[in-house]
Each structure stands twice: as C-alpha cells, then as structure tokens.
Design a binder for this molecule. Structure first.
Ligand SMILES: Nc1ncnc2c1ncn2[C@@H]1O[C@H](COP(=O)(O)OP(=O)(O)OP(=O)(O)O)[C@@H](O)[C@H]1O
Length: 933
C-alpha cells in the first residue's frame, strides 16, 4: 500500500488528528508529516503559506474544501529557520509512524514528537555553530499576591544543542546584565508571573527578550489549568510532579564533582547539595519546559554547573552592547566587534568559550594568572603552537555530537567523527608529552614551573581511546575500506517490492544511513552479525552458482535471477531464440511476464533462495541497527568524560588563540593585582586599531594611569579627537586582561575590576517610551547605585541630552557621587569644560581640590595648520581643553558652506558679547543681526 493511498483512505482520520493537535498545541504552527511531505491545513495553512511564501492549495474534506499547503521533507530546515528563528514562532512537529493491524494492513499513527522553539533547537542545520543557543529560566520566590518580596532569583540556562547547562543565584538588580551576558534565545518564567506585567522580572525580561514562555513547574501544586503559555498561547504541561533530582537529570561522577582545575573555572564545581532553593526552582522550570517541548527527544541531563557569582566580572547590559563585545552596534553582526577582532580560535566550541570568557571575565587572580601563563607559554613556542593548531583543526565539535546522541539523534558518520576526534585528542596529548620530553632533554635547567598550567590542563583529560577503538572496530569507515555494496543489489530490489513490514522499513532507514554516509557496521562487532554476514555471503554464492548453472544448462547467457515489486523472485532472460529454446520447454519455469524483448519466469528454487536472501538481509540490517544503538549507549555512558575532554580542548583552543593574537597584535602580558591599580602604558583600542590599519592609518596609543591619588580622570577635548576611544579601550583592556588574554599596550598593571560600567553612546528607546536623555539618566542612575570601589566606570558626555545648565548640574553631581560615594576608578569625558573649574582645576595644578583631589584632568587636542587645515593628535595630555572645534567636524561632515558661515558668525558674536552667560538681550541681538535678509 503506498503512503499516498493510505493517506487517502484515512482522510477523516487525518483531519481529526490535525484538529486534535491544533487544539492541543494552540500556540504552535503545526506541521504534519504525510508521506514525503510536511503539510498544514485549515486556517494555519493560510498563515504558513504566507510566512514561507509557498503555494496555498485546498482539498476536499468532509464535503467542503479546506485550505492546505505543504513542502517536501527535504525543505524542513529551510522553513524551520524562517518560522522559528525569523518569525519566533513555535512549531509542533507531528510525525507519522506505520503500524499494522491484526489483518496485516499498514496504517499510520501520527503524533507530535517535538515542539521546536527558538530556545530548544537541537541539530537544525541553521544553528550557528559558533554561538550558543541558550534557553534561560528565571525563578522568582513565590510571595503570593502581587507583592514582590525577596529580591533573590534563580537562573538556569542550557544550550540544548551542546548540553552546556548552568545555574546561578541572582537578583532583580543583576537580572538585566545576566540576560544580556547570557544572550538567551528564549526565556522561561513561572506561569504565575504571566498576569503580573509590572513585576520587576517581567519588566526586565520584556525589555531584553522578545520570546518569553510561561510554564507551570512540575513541582507546583497548581495544576488546575495545566497549560503553559507563550505570549497569549499555551502548551500542555506534564501532569506529574517531579523534583529536580528526578527530572531526567543524572548526577555527575565523583571525578566530575571534585576534579575541577583552576583554569577551567567558568563555573564552580557542582553537587546536588550546592544548589540554592532559587536555583533548584529555576532548574525545575527549565526541565519542565524542556520536557513539554522536546517530548520524545528529551535527553538525560547532567547537573548544571554552578556559576560562582563572586568569580566573574559583572559587565552591565549597556556595557556589553556599547563596548560591542559580541556584536557591533552599527552593523548588528559580529563584524566590527571585539569578538571579531580578537577571535583566533579554530574550533566552533572554542569560539563559543571565547565569547563566554569575554562576556564574563574572571575576577580570580589565580585563574587569570593560570590562563595567562598558558598564553605566555604558547606565545614563546610558535612551532609547538602551530603543531597543536594543526591537530585541533581536525577535531570535531565533540560536545555537540555527544548531545546529539543523548537526544537520540546522530548517525554513523557522527560516530566516526567522534572517534576521529577522540583519536586527535590522543595525538594532542602525545604531542604535548613529546614536547615536554624534548625540552627536558635539551635544557639542562628544565623549568618545570613553566609547564604547570599546561600539565594541569592536560591532566584533566580522561583517556577514552578504548571507546574510540571500539567504535572504529565496529563502524566501517569508507575512507579506510571500500564499502562493497554490490552484493546487496538485488536485495535492494527486494526492498522496493513494496513489502511494508516494519523490518523492511527499518532496513530501508538503516540503508539510507549506509548509502548516504557509506558506512556499515563490521560483522566482527558481534557473533550474531558475523553469523548473519556469513550466511548472507553463502546465500549470495549459492545464488551466483545457481545462475551460472542455469545459464549453462539452458544455454542462456542472458539469464539472470532477479526480484522486483511486481514479479517477486523471477528468472529474467532476453527473448533471443538461443536463450529461449531450451528453457521454454522446461515445465519448472512458469512464464509470468513478457515484454517485446524479455521474458520473466517463476522458478521455485530461486523463489526459495531469494526469500532466504531477503530475510537474512533484513535480519542483518536489524542487527546492524541494534549494534549502532549499543554503540550509542556506550557513547552516552561516556558523555560526561567526552564533554570534559572537549572542554579541555576548548580551553586549549582559546589559550592558543590568545597566544596567536598576542603575536599578531603585539600584545603584552598584564600584571594582575589585588588592589585598585589601573596603569596602562600606551594602550590601544584593538578594534579601532584594526580598522585604521585597513586604511593604512596608525593608531595613537595613550597611557591611562587611574592610580591613586588620581583614580578619576576628567577628559575634555575637541569632537572627533579620540575621547570615546580612550574610554572604551580602557574598559576593553580590563576585559581582555581578566579573560586571560594579553592586552594591547606597552605595559599594563591592573587591579581586579569587580564590575564594569559604561555610559556611552546612548540611543533613545522610543518603544519603551524613553527619550535619549531618559536612557542616559537610567544608565547613570544604575551606575551610581551599583559601582563599588573595585569597579571601573567610563562615562561619555553625561548631561549632553538636556540644557547646558541642567547638563552641567547633572554631570557635576555624577562626578561628585562617583568620587565621594562610589570611590571607583573612572574616566569621565565631557564637553562641559566648566566642570574643571567646579572641581578646582588650575593650570598649574592638574588635580582637583578638596574632596575632588582624586580627580585629574586630561585632554585631547587639535593642531591647526597655517593653511587653515587641521589634524587631530589623539594623544592625551594633562590639562583641560576648552575648545570643542565642533564647527570643524560639521564642515568635515559636509554641512553647507552657508550654514557653517552662519555658525561662525554666531560664535564670533558670542565671543564679542560674552553672551556665554546667556544674557537674553545679547542673544536676541545676535539673532536679529544674523536673521536672513
Ligand atoms: N588614538 C587614536 N589614534 C588614531 N585614531 C583615533 C584615535 N582615537 C580615535 N581615533 C579616530 O577618531 C575617530 C573619533 O574618535 P572618538 O569617537 O573617540 O572621538 P571623540 O573625541 O569621542 O569625539 P566626540 O566628542 O565627537 O564624540 C575614531 O573613530 C577613530 O577613527
């Protein structure tokens, strides 16, 4: 029975199934598999055809016509990308499964096997392998009613495609920063928040994420309405209550819990007893949501790694965006970001780790030093580095492959890729051991301490060669052996015979993997497989002999033994006189089919033998599939160790990349201190420097020493003269240093920065009803509330968005607060040179006075040449520059000459009348003088 035929027979059933699924998954677009197509019906067909730009058709059902659309299976990823990633829609995938009635008829059972949401992507081809795809759950302590209560929150986030799973305790105050740092594709909240739009978590989440889902956690007693909601729609919640410990989470091995090494720590060791109640409920929310969506693809999860709140530099949400750490603000993509300038990693997972380190640098001196030592170690060994990079380039994304297996996915090619990767890990370990041995032989005074960081890193690796060997002994690699499928040829015909038995479908599925990837399980893998393969070989030999014997006996060289869907096992020969003569006369051959040139006969002996070949082939295919499942289980059992090694290799990749970066960009190793120093000699902005290089220009380095007594710098100077650049580079250097990288400078000594804040380049946020000035003030307020003496703050032109008078007042108050209350290291760039007087600056005394004695004054300048042209020096010098030269920038920007000339007249008149004091009469007089006509 063909699939199409079966479908037509079941029209009412299919329609009912679709209706049921639409009502069970009302928040989803439903795709129903029908044969080789995914189809959509009823009103959703109209929507889907519009979103995907595919043809809208209709079909007759139940006496009327219903809209429908569909596309071939092959196009599923392309269309999912549009629906899930572009349109942020959820897609319920309803697959069909054959089942057999007692009468042997094949029917289809259809069920939704997974709901695909932006945060629960598994192995879709459109996933960006270089970035994590996180789903974040935020749990709020239950207070009952509308009160907000305890500000402690729990966070749990997972990348389902890689299995990277974290948790941490947080607070309302830090939530926005956490969301921006983690960058989730989707956020899950407790259902009880859905109607509390003014709850601080709801407000923050609504601003930072456009996909928010609500779920009833499994431990909740409230199961009166067991639906979870995305925006205004809902998904079914499982009806059993489970706690974290039984929500498909497997405990890590003993080694996993205790054997973390300092360089590895972007998380702290986890054990089930270390999670706070808030984290536990976030984990519960997350797993509930995953189960409701991954359904049949729900993997076993390891316990999340706990992020240590104290061990990471907190970078506030504006700063991650404004400093363009992950993506550039102008272009939106990676281009022009810090990430794009410093990325030298060569593996996808290494690149993901680099992004995590840059967005959450360490505050542990020990950890930073360990990373830097490794960078220094590789920096001074370019050949060794090159060898390791060559090996690393061959490794696959093992974490992702392991996760695929845990999700019940993955094919033999993944198995081979994993094996190859494990072998490469072994090669890397051997290469490291070799280098160590060579150096100890070469140098009499071999310095073991130089090797400490690398030894520590490599010692974290688990030996998995046995697993690799087992897989390579089991799975035949097409690269090593020519896969000979020729003997299977006629059984392939059998497969096409339309026999819809489960075994045959299974075999077809397995054959698909084999032919697609040219891979099969070696017979030696198990006694059963060996026996079946030998049987098959013997049967094929019997067939060849039978064919040869018949050809000779009937003097019929064209005679072949075949099978086909229409004729079953048959003898096939050409209609030539010679070939037909003897055989026609033999009653053992019953003619069953004839064309102009050929004839087919039924022949009992071949029917028997052919049937045996057929059933043995199927048994072999089933055994191969079982063998593959056994291997998959073995891989799954080793998942924690595989992940552990993959993580070590990621760290190796990032540190090798930092060493390469240090070479490429001429970086130096910063010295890290446990104090409030910030002393960077001739620092550079890595991204601006790179941008200038492409146009053949040279970056002017600047020294910033935010060291007592002057930990607060006021920077003035003309427009476009490099004030913002020096501010940003100051922050970026701290980020790079605490990530473990060397920094763009001649020398650097840095005291650990606990929190990094910026107020630079604000835009308005009209969507949230905030003007540019309001955004500026919100950001400023947050800094003043949160900066500690160990923080680093950069502020650019605070107060510019309002009147000069109010602006100066706000700018002064901000400085006052930063110096007297926050007492943090800060750079404050401004065009309000009046502030310098207010802070007590005098030409001969470059520091402030009184409470402002920690303030120092620096400026950038503009050199005017005799021919009327000018150039920026970009070099910071002590002092205050009172001239913004704004008109020059206006001129450069192409402002009409006439307008420039009016502006010049205004400036001249202001100077003459000393109207800077804003005498209304003087200003009115200037306006009259310059009025048109
Ligand atoms: N140190 C430097 N060396 C070379 N070029 C630089 C340097 N600093 C900045 N520039 C160049 O000058 C441009 C403007 O710099 P920046 O935005 O830092 O100026 P600004 O003083 O903050 O200007 P404004 O006051 O108008 O905001 C940069 O985009 C870069 O091309």
């Amino acid at each position: 029975m063909s699939l199409l035929f079966a479908k037509n027979l079941n029209v009412p059933v299919l329609a009912q199934e679709i209706r049921d699924n639409l009502s069970n998954f009302p928040h989803c677009l439903l795709l129903t598999r029908v044969g080789n197509f995914y189809e959509s019906y009823f009103d959703q067909a109209v929507e889907i055809s519009r979103i995907l730009n595919i043809k809208l058709a209709s079909r007759r059902w139940g006496g009327g016509r219903v809209p429908m659309c569909g596309f071939p299976l092959l196009h599923i990823d392309k269309h999912l990308k549009v629906m899930v990633q572009q349109h942020k829609r959820f897609v319920a995938m309803c697959e069909e499964f054959p089942k057999y009635t007692s009468l042997g008829d094949r029917e289809f059972e259809r069920r939704v096997v997974r709901v695909i949401t932006p945060g629960t992507l598994i192995d879709e081809s459109f996933l960006n392998q270089y970035e994590n795809n996180y789903l974040l759950a935020v749990s709020v302590p239950s207070t009952g009613g509308d009160s907000v209560g305890d500000p402690t929150l729990g966070l749990a986030w997972i990348d389902v495609s890689t299995g990277e799973f974290y948790s941490k305790r947080s607070s309302y105050e830090d939530l926005r920063d956490e969301i921006v740092r983690i960058g989730p594709q989707e956020i899950v909240l407790d259902r009880s928040l859905e109607t509390r739009a003014s709850h601080p978590v709801m407000e923050t989440v609504a601003e930072e994420s456009n996909v928010v889902s609500f779920v009833v956690p499994l431990h909740s007693n409230d199961k009166t309405n067991n639906s979870s909601v995305r925006s205004s729609s809902s998904i079914p919640a499982p009806d059993e209550a489970v706690s974290v410990s039984d929500a498909h989470i497997s405990l890590p091995s003993e080694a996993n819990v205790t054997d973390e090494i300092i360089i590895a720590q972007d998380t702290s060791p986890s054990s089930p007893f270390m999670y706070t109640a808030e984290e536990t409920s976030a984990i519960n929310l997350l797993t509930t949501y995953l189960r409701a969506n991954l359904l049949e693809h729900m993997p076993s999860l390891s316990l999340p790694n706990r992020e240590d709140a104290g061990g990471r530099m907190q970078i506030d949400s504006h700063t991650i965006k404004a400093l363009e750490i992950r993506e550039s603000m102008r272009e939106g993509g990676v281009r022009g970001s810090l990430m794009s300038s410093v990325k030298r990693t060569i593996t996808t997972s290494g690149t993901r780790l680099l992004a995590r380190w840059l967005c959450s640098p360490s505050t542990s001196i020990q950890e930073i030093n360990a990373r830097q030592s490794l960078v220094a170690f590789f920096y001074s060994r370019p050949h060794f580095r090159a060898d390791l990079l060559t090996l690393l380039a061959k490794a696959e994304d093992a974490g992702r492959i392991v996760q695929k297996f845990l999700l019940g996915k993955g094919d033999p090619s993944d198995m081979l890729a994993l094996t190859a990767t494990v072998n490469i890990w072994g090669e890397i370990q051997r290469r490291v051991a070799h280098e160590r041995e060579m150096q100890s032989l070469e140098q009499q005074s071999f310095d073991f301490s130089e090797w400490t960081s690398l030894d520590t890193l490599m010692n974290r690796m688990v030996h998995l060669e046995d697993l690799a060997q087992r897989i390579s002994l089991a799975v035949e690699n097409p690269a090593n052996s020519q896969f000979d499928d020729s003997q299977d040829h006629s059984s392939e015909e059998n497969e096409d015979s339309g026999d819809g038995s489960e075994a045959n479908l299974l075999r077809a599925e397995w054959r698909y993997g084999r032919t697609k990837f040219g891979i099969k399980i070696k017979p030696e893998f198990s006694a059963t497989l060996l026996e079946l393969n030998n049987m098959l070989k013997d049967l094929w030999q019997q067939k060849a002999k039978m064919e040869e014997k018949l050809q000779l006996k009937y003097d019929a060289p064209s005679l072949t033994l075949r099978s086909s869907p229409g004729q079953g096992m048959h003898v096939h020969l050409a209609k030539s006189k010679r070939d037909q003569r003897k055989l026609n006369a033999d009653s053992d051959f019953v003619s069953i089919h004839e064309t102009g040139t050929t004839r087919s006969f039924f022949f009992q002996d071949w029917a028997h033998l052919g049937q045996k070949i057929f059933t043995t082939s199927i048994a072999t295919a089933i055994a191969e599939k079982e063998a593959f499942e056994t291997l998959r289980q073995e891989v799954n059992l080793q998942a924690p160790n595989l992940r552990r090694n993959a993580r070590v290799l990621d760290e190796l990749d990032v540190t090798l990349a930092f060493a390469q970066l240090a070479t490429d960009m001429n970086l130096v190793r910063p010295s890290i201190k446990d104090d409030m120093t910030y002393n960077v000699v001739n620092g550079r902005h890595p991204t601006v420097e790179l941008g200038l290089l492409t146009s053949g220009r040279v970056f002017t380095p600047n020294t910033v020493a935010l060291t007592p007594p002057s930990h607060f710098h006021v920077i003035t100077g003309p427009n476009m003269a490099g004030k913002s650049t020096v501010l940003r580079q100051t922050a970026l250097i701290a980020i790079l240093a605490q990530s473990g990288s060397f920094v763009p400078a001649d020398a650097a000594t840095l005291g650990i920065v606990d929190k990094l804040f910026s107020r630079v380049g604000a835009k308005d946020d009209l969507f949230h009803d905030r003007s540019t000035f309001m955004v500026e003030m919100l950001e400023t307020a947050e800094i003043l509330r949160r900066a500690t003496p160990r923080s680093l703050v950069i502020m650019d032109e605070v107060g510019r968005g309002t009147t000069v008078r109010d602006g100066i007042a706000i700018a002064f108050a901000t400085i006052h607060h930063l110096i007297s209350v926050n007492r943090c290291r800060a750079l404050f760039a401004t065009h309000f040179h009046e502030l310098s007087e207010m802070l007590g600056y005098q030409e001969d005394k470059p520091f402030g006075q009184g409470v402002f004695e920690n303030a120092a004054f620096y400026c950038t300048t503009l050199d005017e040449l005799e021919n009327g042209s000018f150039s920026y020096s970009y070099r910071l010098r002590p002092g205050v520059n009172r001239d913004s030269h704004g008109l020059k920038v206006a001129q450069l920007a192409g402002m009409p000459h006439q307008a420039i000339s009016v502006a010049q007249d205004v400036l001249a008149a202001l100077k003459d009348s000393k109207a800077e004091a804003y005498n209304a009469d003087d200003l009115a007089s200037i306006g009259r003088q310059l009025s048109p006509g």
